[in-house]
Ligand binder design. Structure first.
Ligand SMILES: Cc1cc2nc3c(=O)[nH]c(=O)nc-3n(C[C@H](O)[C@H](O)[C@H](O)COP(=O)(O)O)c2cc1C
Length: 409
């Protein structure tokens, strides 16, 4: 790597790792200029960054000497790559909205060079809808991301996705970007393809009416996001929902169970398939081509239903291209565990995540879920937790299962 890198260090605990990153980048032959945000200087000093980079360090947009010598526009352009590490929640938000009220953000807005962001923050900050939106926007704007990884946080007792990638991982992702490649993802599911279904299906009665259910898609979307954070390539086949697309996930939108099945088939092969969608069991056998009219005598029409394809069963029972791990969801309102155990066997699924969706639980549409994981080895009941936490735990267990069984598609 004989290129020039501009490293912008944000104000997070992980800033100390960015000092190591300067060394790693220089070891690979890059020249490194450093910009420190005001908050970053609470964690690392310009002196340390300057000593390690062997270059002067930039901290202030309104520094007359700096502006005369190089200026923020040249700083943004006289480089081959900008690395933002740690990319704080604050910097991501400012970038996503095009703010430029300090040197770091002015440089990021003025640059025409590739930008690699290494986020680092508390898991709650990372999973907050505002950060999700910002990351999604930045990915759409062409910003590349490395990490964050899962693990222990600096704060005692906090764990989850939010740790900044290690300096060597960031340097490797930088080298790939400089070589014109999209950085390969890191994490326990790197190199794996995870297929997820989410949301309800809409089965038409006529062009304006449909049969649906109360699924919000929150659980399935959270699983897709968790799989992407774990480094997987993720395809999310979603029924009609009002949620934002999770960042870094390929989302294919469908309406009906039949469309969902053909889309899922087309997305194979996959290492893991997780069927969290609440697929309608029945559709109207012959949906009307025109809006059905209320007749003058107000006689109610009779709808004849037909059985929909069983997506979980068809994928779990197929022999060519069966995903190594097939996970179904069972939404039940009574005898939750026995029904889930029967469903696991009948449908040849490996695991069933059983949840009680009786109205009193608030599961449908809510942010919390109480689930039981049913496998061939037995049943584990998880404590009530957010759908994001259920998603992360499920993905962690699926990744561990895959690593132990080492199957490649
Ligand atoms: C001890 C401490 C640690 C922090 N760690 C982080 C962090 O890891 N990630 C983050 O996004 N913000 C963190 N913050 C909050 C940021 O420092 C704060 O949002 C600041 O305005 C960020 O400024 P910057 O984005 O311009 O660097 C931390 C704050 C403190 C006091």
């Amino acid at each position: 790597m004989t290129q020039r890198v501009l490293l912008i260090i944000g104000g997070g605990i992980a800033a100390y790792k960015s000092l190591d990153l300067i060394r790693r980048l220089r070891e690979r032959g890059a020249t490194v200029r450093v910009v420190l945000t005001r908050a970053a200087q609470e964690f690392v000093t310009p002196l340390a960054a300057g000593a390690l980079s062997n270059e002067r360090v930039f901290t202030d947009l309104f520094d007359l000497d700096d502006e005369r010598e190089i200026g923020h526009i040249r700083l943004a352009r006289d480089t081959d790559l900008i690395i933002l590490a740690p990319a704080t929640a604050d910097l991501l938000a400012k970038m996503a909205t095009g703010q430029a009220n300090d040197l770091a953000t002015a440089v990021l807005l003025a640059t025409d060079k590739p930008v690699l962001a290494a986020p680092a923050m508390n898991p709650r900050m990372w999973s907050h809808p505002a950060t999700r939106r910002n990351v999604h926007q930045l990915e759409a704007d062409g910003i590349a991301f490395v990490g964050p990884n899962a693990g222990e946080m600096a704060e005692r007792g906090e764990a989850g996705v939010g740790r900044m990638s290690e300096a060597t991982e960031i340097a490797e992702a930088a080298a790939q970007l400089l070589a014109g490649l999209a950085p390969s993802k890191t994490g326990p599911l790197a190199g794996r393809h995870v297929l997820v279904t989410s949301g309800p299906t809409h089965e038409p009665i006529d062009p304006v009416r449909y049969i649906a259910n109360r699924s919000s898609g929150k659980q399935g979307h959270a699983i897709a996001a968790a799989a992407a954070s774990a480094g997987a390539r993720v395809t999310l086949v979603s029924g009609p929902v009002t949620l934002n697309d999770p960042p870094g996930v390929t989302v294919i939108k469908v309406q009906t169970a039949a469309e969902m099945l053909s889309t899922v088939e087309a997305a194979l092969p996959a290492d893991i398939a997780i069927f969290a969608a609440a697929v309608a069991d029945w559709r109207v056998a012959a949906a009307a081509g025109q809006k059905m009219k209320k007749t003058s005598d107000s006689a109610a029409p009779t709808l004849t239903l037909a059985v929909n394809p069983d997506i979980l069963k068809s994928i779990a029972k197929r022999t060519p291209r069966r995903p190594a791990l097939v996970i179904g969801f069972a939404a039940e309102t009574d005898a939750v565990i026995p029904h889930a155990q029967k469903k696991r066997k009948d449908k040849a699924a490996d695991w069933i995540v059983a949840n009680d969706v009786s109205p009193a639980t608030g599961t449908f549409g809510g942010d919390w879920n109480t689930v039981h994981l049913v496998t061939a080895d037995g049943v584990t009941s998880w404590p009530p937790q957010s759908k994001d936490d259920v998603a992360r735990r499920l993905i962690e267990q699926a990744a561990a299962w895959l690593a132990a069984n080492q199957t490649e598609v």
